[in-house]
Design a protein around this ligand. Structure first.
Ligand SMILES: NC(=O)C1=CN([C@@H]2O[C@H](COP(=O)(O)OP(=O)(O)OC[C@H]3O[C@@H](n4cnc5c(N)ncnc54)[C@H](O)[C@@H]3O)[C@@H](O)[C@H]2O)[C@@H](O)CC1
Ligand SMILES: [K+]
Length: 511
């Protein structure tokens, strides 16, 4: 599903209005009705059925006026508050405002301290507060009276329903602009905005609902959005199919080069995850002295020693035999010999390569090696690893996650999967995919090794590198969400996530 910036959304509205001749007021009516449906649902179980609607002077406020009119027509008690000077209301919002005036609806303007004190008292009398102060038109940090209104709303302890996006959240990046409404539910129109999806905006939205307001699909298709949300439907379509007349070779051979003394678990987790994701054969390459431990724990994979795979005195002896995908780095350590092996893999591999963990740390020491890639490459850094790869600070990365992932992909022609709350995936052309699954419980040792194994297992089955990365990110998060349900976010382990992969996949295949 596409995700839009404020500008793209404005453009979409313009196309709907100018090219498809759908009057803006119809879109506003549909938007209002979509929110009314949710308010009515919420009111069913509430004793206090009075609704307060807080409106700004733009079209977000206009939606609020539509909502007020419909609720009044249901015979409900509605108080509408306009923040600012009503003479500044224009266009469709003005038409809807004037209808309310003619209806003799309860409308109060909020302009100064005195009004604010009154507002605080009045909101006490309502069961639901509706936030129509600002939407995608947010242009500058919130201050003054609006800031105080938002503080009152957030303090109210009432159910808060936001129109389109909580006021104060920037639709372009999910950042709080000075102050923002903390909603329980947000109804966004037609397509999510970036700010509805990225954190902290996503938290401020509460439950997010995406409602159609009658913008034609052709109008949406006309906008070449560069950002998409990874949805269940998308992943269902991408999962490799299994056919009756097949054998293990049909599902590919994954090579996992991972583990070192003290970090054998990484190799085991990644290898098992590749198998659990459907790879036909998994070969795990570890330092020779670890092979007994690995074989004890990993009975379905084939173990090879690093020495067998690659002889550092004779680089020509680097042997890849019919692998369909390679992962390198989980728990590998940073020994010089391993760095050479990494470089050999990057230079010589002709099948997709996933580089993770220590592989990335070593890559950071000689990043130019990426220029010699022959095969598609996927890197899976967390912000700390990304900082080493780019020289940016972790803070800079976290504030610009989309731009950083996209910038790296465009520069080095690799697929970048940047971990964090809402994993970001960018392809080599700068198309960005945001993952919607996962939870903070997944920030636990070994969780990344599982993801790497999943990507590699899916790659081995022959889906494209981008498809494998998208599918793995979604399924990894889904397994993590199932694990959190079972064990709670505090206690869940990477091994538990691994065990939930099959059920996540089964759940997806049911539909
Ligand atoms: N045809 C359309 O454009 C539609 C728009 N819709 C609604 O309209 C919203 C967008 O409307 P607008 O573009 O009018 O914008 P908003 O209603 O979000 O903002 C209104 C005005 O507030 C001012 N403003 C910006 N930042 C401010 C700040 N920090 N403090 C005080 N004032 C500030 C700006 O001058 C802006 O034009 C959407 O979020 C959605 O709710 C829906 O009605 C559907 C149709
Ligand atoms: K809003």
């Amino acid at each position: 599903m596409k995700i839009f910036s404020n500008e793209e959304m404005k453009n979409l509205d313009r196309i709907a209005i100018e090219e498809y001749k759908i009057p803006g007021i119809i879109l506003m009516e549909n938007a209002g009705i979509a929110v009314v449906k949710e308010i009515v649902k919420s009111l069913e179980i509430k004793e206090n059925k009075r609704v307060a609607i807080l409106c700004g002077l733009g079209n977000n406020g206009g939606d609020g006026f539509v909502i007020a009119r419909h609720l009044i027509s249901y015979g409900l008690g509605v108080d509408t508050y306009v923040i600012g000077n009503t003479s500044s209301i224009k266009g469709d919002a003005k038409i809807n405002y004037e209808i309310l005036v003619h209806l003799k609806a309860s409308i109060t303007t909020i302009k100064d301290e005195e009004d604010l004190a009154m507002l605080e008292d009045s909101l006490e009398k309502c069961g639901i507060l509706v936030d129509g102060i600002l939407g995608t038109g947010l242009q500058r940090p919130i201050e003054g009276v609006i800031k105080e209104v938002i503080a009152i709303v957030n303090k109210s302890k009432k159910e808060i329903i936001a129109i389109d996006i909580p006021s104060g959240i920037n639709g372009d990046d999910g950042e709080v602009y000075g102050e923002a409404v903390k909603a329980n539910k947000t109804i966004t129109f037609q397509l999510p905005k970036i700010g509805n999806i990225l954190y902290p905006g996503s938290d401020y939205c509460g439950k997010l609902l995406i409602e159609n307001i009658g913008i034609p699909k052709n109008a949406i298709d006309a906008i070449e959005a560069k950002i998409s949300l990874i949805t269940e439907k998308m992943v269902q379509a991408l999962l490799p199919k299994r056919y009756s007349d097949t054998h293990k070779g049909s599902y590919g051979k994954a090579l996992i080069i991972a583990g070192s003394f003290g970090m054998t678990g990484a190799a085991i987790l990644a290898s098992k995850a590749a198998l659990r994701s459907g790879a036909g054969i998994v070969k795990t390459a570890v330092p020779k002295e670890l092979s007994v431990i690995i074989e004890n724990q990993l009975i379905e994979a084939i173990t090879v020693s690093l020495e067998e795979l690659w002889n550092q005195d004779n680089q020509q002896a680097f042997r890849l035999k019919g692998e369909d995908a390679i992962a390198i780095g989980p728990g590998s350590g940073r020994a010089e010999a391993f760095k050479k092996l990494l470089e050999a893999v990057v230079e010589e591999a002709t099948v997709p390569v996933v580089i993770d963990a220590d592989g990335l740390n070593l890559l950071a020491e000689n990043i130019d090696i990426l220029k010699s890639l022959k095969a598609p490459c996927i890197i899976t850094p967390h912000p700390g690893e990304m900082a080493r790869l780019t020289g940016l600070s972790i803070d800079e990365i976290n504030r610009n996650r989309i731009d950083v992932a996209r910038g790296f992909s465009l520069k080095w022609k690799v697929i970048t999967l940047l971990k964090g709350a809402r994993t970001i995936i960018s392809d080599e052309k700068g198309n960005v995919y945001i993952n919607s699954t996962g939870n903070p419980g997944m920030a636990t040792a070994g969780s990344g090794d599982v993801l790497t194994g999943m990507i590699t297992g899916l790659l081995a089955q022959g889906i494209s590198p981008l498809e494998a990365t998208i599918t793995a990110a979604y399924l990894h998060g889904k397994a993590g969400d199932r694990t959190a349900e079972k064990y709670g976010q505090y206690s869940m382990l990477a091994g538990d996530i691994l065990e939930e992969i099959p059920y996540g996949i089964k759940e997806l295949l049911k539909f």
